[in-house]
Write a protein that binds this ligand. Structure first.
Ligand code: FES
Length: 79
């Protein structure tokens, strides 16, 4: 299993829109965190699809260590 980079040691607070699809960067290489920009090519990793069930603020994982991808589970506190 490839190891992701750690672009941030805290989650990204993002306002999502109901029904909209978001591709969360799992590899940590994207320049458009927390979302995929295609930089995962060749890493063996791929983005995680998130579909917003309602419009609200979501905390996307920034450390890429979460067990609840793509959302923060507090794992950054253990880094
Ligand atoms: Fe990281 Fe696509 S750039 S998963």
């Amino acid at each position: 299993m490839p190891t992701p980079e750690i672009p941030a040691q805290e989650p990204y607070s993002i306002q999502v829109e109901e029904g909209k699809k978001y591709f969360w960067c799992a590899c940590g290489k994207s320049a458009k965190q927390p979302f995929c920009d295609g930089s995962h090519a060749g890493t063996g990793m791929a983005p995680t699809l998130y579909t917003a069930d309602k419009s609200r603020t979501v905390f996307f994982c920034g450390c890429k260590q979460t067990d609840k991808a793509p959302l923060c589970d507090g794992s950054h506190a253990k880094l």
